[in-house]
Design a protein around this ligand. Structure first.
Ligand code: 4AD
Length: 467
């Protein structure tokens, strides 16, 4: 018999139907009346299925009465209308087969564990309601992202993970080498014959493809060796990066807004049960925030206007506000949470605090950059119009301490058929935080990598987080 998913059973099943499920035991309750209730989860949705097992089953005494939380089961039976509240259907078991026993030591018992504690067992925490719901939302979100771009005729490009150029020019790179630890040998003895790194962004290669295919997006893992122990930074995270030829900054901002609205609206439909769970258990503002994001137009202000607003703010910030300094998370959150009460796109930042590839504005002081700030998180998107003028780009590189020789291929894109073009990057993990209301980015990635944490199973729960 073909196995059914609990999600399909609860949505489409009818009383009298015979079905088989495979899942893991959450709880067992034995009734004095000679039967037991098994609560089974198969991960297909936030709900469990209640299975009623009669003492007449041949393995009732020897096996069913000894089943422990965490055991893996294949259960066949008949659906019937449920008398208990909460669920329409339950199952009357015809057979229960245990494929994997569990024991009293199974670390994820029914009681609630702190997220910090669960981080020490990343291999088992997908069995919890919250982490499983996060992973389902990530999956649906990834699908919605591909759909958004595919429907608009963007081409999906797989950019390299191993690269020889530092896209952001910020130096937070993980080196890739096959030389033995402590080797004194020169980089030309290394695998690629030069120093190579894990990519911090697929943008530069994305630009090369956009300047041929018109509109492209990349969607893959990126790596940053920033020693940022915050609740919003991972050393390995996923980024979506669209790039559009002939697009200016305002079109880029419009694309970012359409994109966030479309994928959020798709999730509200495809993950309704999981989002209701987050709203009930994690953050009671989740659904309202998501509906606002879809319905309200985003505010757009320049960096200079943002600084004016912050200077007039009736609040003492930890970091001083000064034209020329980067906005800190507390400033970003003040703007979108307190001042505007919704997402804000901040544009035209001082050139000194932004990457070399951003287009220099006519004032010679600012660049055509844009950050999308969202309540509860701060920056979720960073993007810009790219510098398409060869001479300006070369001198911006030099001013940033980069060697134009090393980026000669990137400069070629300005030598041969240069065009205005723009793009942005959305951090997938940060966006999942925004959608679910999860406080720590370590709990929205299945196997998060952060400074000093690369193990799946660790004895050390704690991280001293900075804000
Ligand atoms: O603003 P960033 O650094 O922009 C870029 O990498 C550009 N190359 C994007 C582009 O224009 N194509 O990063 C983009 C987004 C941030 O807004 C944030 O959401 C996320 O990536 N991000 C991180 N997410 C988790 N952990 C980190 N350490 C992150 N650093 C950036």
């Amino acid at each position: 018999m073909q196995r059914s998913l609990i999600n399909d059973i609860l949505n489409q099943g009818t009383a009298g139907q015979t079905v088989q499920i495979g899942g893991w035991l959450r709880t067992r309750r034995d009734s004095r009346g000679g039967f037991s209730f098994l609560e089974i989860s198969d991960g297909s949705c936030i709900h469990t299925l209640q299975v009623v097992v009669d003492a007449s089953l041949e393995n009732y005494e020897n096996e069913i009465l000894k089943l422990k939380t965490g055991a893996a089961l294949i259960v066949e039976g008949t659906l019937k209308n449920s008398e208990g509240k909460g669920q329409r259907l339950e199952m009357q078991a015809g057979s229960v087969m245990q494929t994997g026993v569990s024991s009293d030591e199974f670390p994820i018992q029914k009681k609630r564990h702190s997220f910090e504690h669960l981080r020490t067992m990343q291999h088992l925490r997908p069995r919890t309601n919250t982490i499983a719901a996060v992973l389902r939302v990530r999956s649906k979100l990834s699908h919605a992202i591909h759909s958004f771009f595919q429907q608009r005729s963007f081409h999906y490009i797989q950019t390299p993970i191993i690269t020889a150029s530092d896209c952001e020019g910020a130096g937070h790179l993980f080196q890739v080498t096959t030389l033995p630890p402590g080797s004194q040998r020169q980089p030309d003895a290394d695998f690629f014959g030069l120093p190579t790194y894990l990519t911090v962004s697929g943008q530069l290669e994305g630009e090369a493809c956009a300047l041929a295919l018109g509109q492209i997006y990349t969607f893959g893992p990126t790596f940053r060796a920033e020693n940022s122990n915050t609740s919003r930074h991972l050393a390995e995270f996923w980024m979506v990066e669209p790039e559009v030829a002939f697009a200016r900054l305002d079109q880029n901002a419009a694309l970012a807004e359409d994109f966030l609205k479309a994928v959020t609206s798709s999730l509200l439909a495809s993950c309704a049960d999981d989002l209701a769970f987050f709203n009930q258990r994690i953050d009671s503002g989740v659904l309202e925030r998501l509906h606002n994001l879809v319905e309200q137009p985003f505010e757009r202000i320049t960096y200079s206007e943002a600084v004016q607003i912050l200077e007039l703010a009736d609040i003492r910030f930890e970091f001083p506000v000064k034209w020329g300094s980067d906005l800190q998370s507390e400033h970003e959150r003040y703007l979108c949470e307190t001042h505007f009460g919704g997402p804000v796109i901040v544009t035209d930042y001082p050139k000194e605090i932004k990457s070399f590839y951003m287009r220099l504005n006519d004032d010679d002081k600012t660049v055509a950059a844009m950050d999308v700030l969202a309540p509860g998180i701060g920056e979720i998107i960073g993007g810009s119009e790219r510098e398409e003028r060869l001479d300006v780009l070369s001198s911006r590189m030099q001013a940033s301490g980069l060697d134009p020789e090393e980026y000669s291929w990137y400069l070629d894109l300005r030598r041969y058929g240069s065009a205005p073009h723009s793009g942005f990057g959305l951090g997938l993990d940060r966006f999942v935080q925004y959608i679910t209301g999860m406080e720590n980015i370590r709990d929205v990635s299945a196997f998060p990598r952060t400074p000093r944490h690369a193990r799946v199973h660790s004895a050390v729960p704690g991280d001293q987080l900075r804000s």
